[in-house]
Write a protein that binds this ligand. Structure first.
Ligand SMILES: Nc1ncnc2c1ncn2[C@@H]1O[C@H](COP(=O)(O)OP(=O)(O)OP(=O)(O)O)[C@@H](O)[C@H]1O
Length: 265
């Protein structure tokens, strides 16, 4: 479903600030796989998500989604195939628009349709059905402005918006990091429900090592622009955080250092 082939991304090439953020990354994901991604600060996790989403274009290599070569396509041209949820709950939704209007925008993502935000009754029904999976009562608040919602409710709505059109690939970029622990847990449960319901191919960057081993079907660890560990199947079953950290140290030659991981432990 997703292939990154020999992906290289270099910032400030040829200057004193040159930084090779991705050093020839190879990643292949099957349909329905759910990968958690962890790594040190500056390991290249966000850059990897950015080159998949099209916010950044690779300097070398290829990005293929559902057999389509997206390597040189813009984020807008990829929007009907790839959805992304960011850390900041305010980023994925428009505060001054209603829940229903936000959902109409999600339906139009990546399409050439005009931006009229009429909400027909058939659509309202579809939206209510989609929102009811959250169990937050948002299905009864379609005409409320999104600015009235809490951070957790907004992130839940963002997840519904990201999955409404069943993307080929769902990218979750530390999407619970800005939430309090209880809300973060709710969002994780909603994430699991939606991924299962739509059978989504999902790549989730997280700084929470419990989430990294408990969620999904596979965990990759990045270091210095490379994927240095890729664990799945039997090897991943029953794995503890200590096992994961030990593996990381063994392969990278140093301990995992990420300020947000330290804060979370
Ligand atoms: N726009 C940019 N210009 C220059 N350098 C960049 C840019 N974006 C990222 N980098 C550098 O590329 C490297 C990889 O950054 P990236 O943000 O992908 O790491 P990360 O694994 O997401 O880190 P963190 O966990 O700290 O968020 C870092 O050294 C970073 O400073």
């Amino acid at each position: 479903m997703l292939k990154v082939i020999d992906g290289v991304k270099i910032f400030n090439r040829g200057t004193i600030n040159e930084k090779v953020a991705l050093q020839g990354v190879n990643l292949e994901m099957d349909k329905g796989e759910f990968i958690t991604v962890i790594g040190s600060n500056g390991a290249g996790k966000s850059t990897l998500l950015n080159v998949i989403a099209g916010n950044l274009i690779l300097d070398q290599g290829q990005v293929i989604v559902a057999d389509k070569d997206l390597t040189n396509k813009s984020d807008h041209q990829r929007a009907n195939l790839i959805s992304r949820v960011f850390q900041d709950p305010l980023q994925g939704t428009a505060a001054s628009m209603t829940i229903a209007e936000n959902l109409v925008l999600a339906l139009k993502r990546g399409s050439r349709l005009g931006l009229g935000i009429g909400v027909k009754s058939a659509r309202r029904k579809k939206f209510q059905e989609a929102l009811s999976i959250l169990d937050l009562g948002l299905e009864d608040r379609l005409d409320d402005k999104v600015g009235l919602l809490s951070g957790g409710q907004r992130q839940a709505l963002t997840l519904i918006m990201a999955t409404l059109q069943k993307p080929k690939v769902l990218l979750l970029d530390e999407h619970t990091a800005a939430l309090d622990p209880k809300t973060a847990q709710n969002i994780i449960e909603i994430t699991q429900k939606l991924v299962k319901y739509h059978d989504l191919t999902t790549l989730m960057v997280t700084h929470d090592l419990d989430h990294a081993i408990e969620l999904g079907t596979r965990t990759i660890m990045m270091n210095n622009g490379n994927i240095i560990l890729d664990v799945k199947g039997k090897e991943r079953e029953g794995m503890t955080i200590d096992d994961l950290l030990e593996k990381f140290t063994k392969v990278s030659g140093h301990r995992l250092t990420n300020d947000r991981i330290l804060l979370a432990q």
